[in-house]
Design a protein around this ligand. Structure first.
Ligand code: FES
Ligand code: FE2
Length: 371
């Protein structure tokens, strides 16, 4: 290397390759996504996760604060998760560069001599906001290559309505693009076929229903109503409390379905998020809390059956989707799916132009279907 080149490079590290702009994979950036369960990061271990095709390394600094970094050393790209973490500093396994785990800032480059003028503190590993709620580590993912500008909202939290409650979490991986995961989650018409079981409902119990929906910011709500009488759990609830049962279900971008069931002083609150992992895989994280006299083990046994039924169906669907078939969305049973696509498109457009767009629903609407 000539002296002239060397001088030019003295204080700024040379960038080998600018990261190429990501092709549009239909992901929504600038949102919180659950990366891992809180109990998966402990002591000085490093855990890996992938969100929206971004490889992450997560850990917990001394004092307990969780952190998330891009699992790629800014020097030569080796995953930082192969490195060593002492509770504060993450050291890359390749050339020993050291990074502050809580900020991503480079602290030391062992190969530098007193001759070098490289400003180590100007180098940073990819770093993401990270918060813990309800036993999950949430990571805020901004568009690759952009800086976080505005103040970001707090990570989502499951609503609870009394000081004492039980809580449990389940998850399930789907070999599907996020959009199929989401529309599967909000699809009312598959119930009598996919979720036939003695404790839920039979194919024969299907009947015509109408449900009122209303627009909410970035989503829609199935307005408060008395849940379907063909499901055993709701009959049981009514019996034990002797009071009417009501349920409200919200869907909010990017990926969240929450349900609140109330009867007398009892409540049940749940949330399912469908998180894009890669372009053709996503994960459902389901968390539920309640103060009902319902043991966690019993609830989990039923919830697992339910999730497995969805998972098996999505695996079968992915077989068909490999051939790029033309698909259909019909009224009214697929109307929530249409709203989802419209809301998503609006959000992308609003962010691009800075101009707010009208909500795809102009007001409350009643949908009819048989399930
Ligand atoms: S690749 Fe990480 S220090 Fe060189
Ligand atoms: Fe389902």
């Amino acid at each position: 290397m000539s002296e002239a080149t060397r001088t030019a490079m003295e204080s700024v590290p040379e960038v080998l390759r600018e990261s190429s702009p990501e092709t549009d994979l239909g992901f929504l950036w600038d949102f919180w996504y659950p990366a891992l369960r809180s109990d998966e990061i402990y002591g000085q271990n490093l855990a890996k996760a992938t969100l929206l095709e971004v490889p992450l390394v997560l850990g917990r600094a001394i004092g307990g604060k969780a952190f998330a970094m891009r699992d790629s050393c800014p020097h030569r790209g080796i995953p930082l998760s192969y490195g060593h973490f002492d509770g504060k500093v993450l050291q890359c396994c390749y050339h020993g560069w050291e990074f502050d785990a809580c900020s991503g800032q480079c602290l030391a480059i062992p190969s530098l001599t007193s001759q070098d003028k490289l400003k180590v503190e100007r180098i940073s590993a990819g770093h993401f906001p990270c918060e813990e709620r309800d036993g999950y580590v949430w990571v805020y993912l901004n568009v690759p290559g952009t800086r976080l500008t505005e103040a970001i909202p707090p990570a989502p939290e499951l609503p609870k309505f009394s000081a004492k409650f039980k809580i449990t979490r389940l998850d399930c991986e789907l070999p599907s693009h996020i959009d199929h995961g989401i529309i599967g989650l909000m699809d009312p018409a598959h119930g009598p076929f996919v979720h036939q079981s003695w404790f839920w409902r039979s194919k024969k119990s299907a009947h015509e229903k109408f449900k009122q929906f209303e627009p909410i910011p970035n989503g829609f709500r199935m307005s408060k109503h008395s849940p379907s009488t063909n499901s055993l759990p709701y009959q049981w609830l009514k019996k034990i409390t002797g009071e009417p049962v009501t349920t409200t279900i919200d869907f909010v971008l990017p990926n969240m379905r929450s349900e609140e069931i109330r009867t007398g002083k009892f409540w049940f609150s749940s949330r399912a998020t469908v998180t894009p992992v890669r372009r053709n895989s996503c994960r459902i994280d389901f968390v539920a809390a309640w103060n009902l006299p319902l043991p966690i083990s019993i609830f989990r046994a039923f919830a697992k059956v339910f999730l497995r039924q969805d998972q098996e169906t999505m695996i079968q669907q992915s077989e068909g989707l490999k051939h790029n078939p033309r698909l259909m969305l019909i009224d009214d049973a697929d109307r929530p799916a249409k709203w989802y696509f419209a809301l998503k498109q609006n959000l992308v457009e609003e962010r691009r132009t800075g101009v707010p767009l009208p909500h795809p629903m102009d007001g409350p609407v009643t949908l009819h279907w048989k399930s």
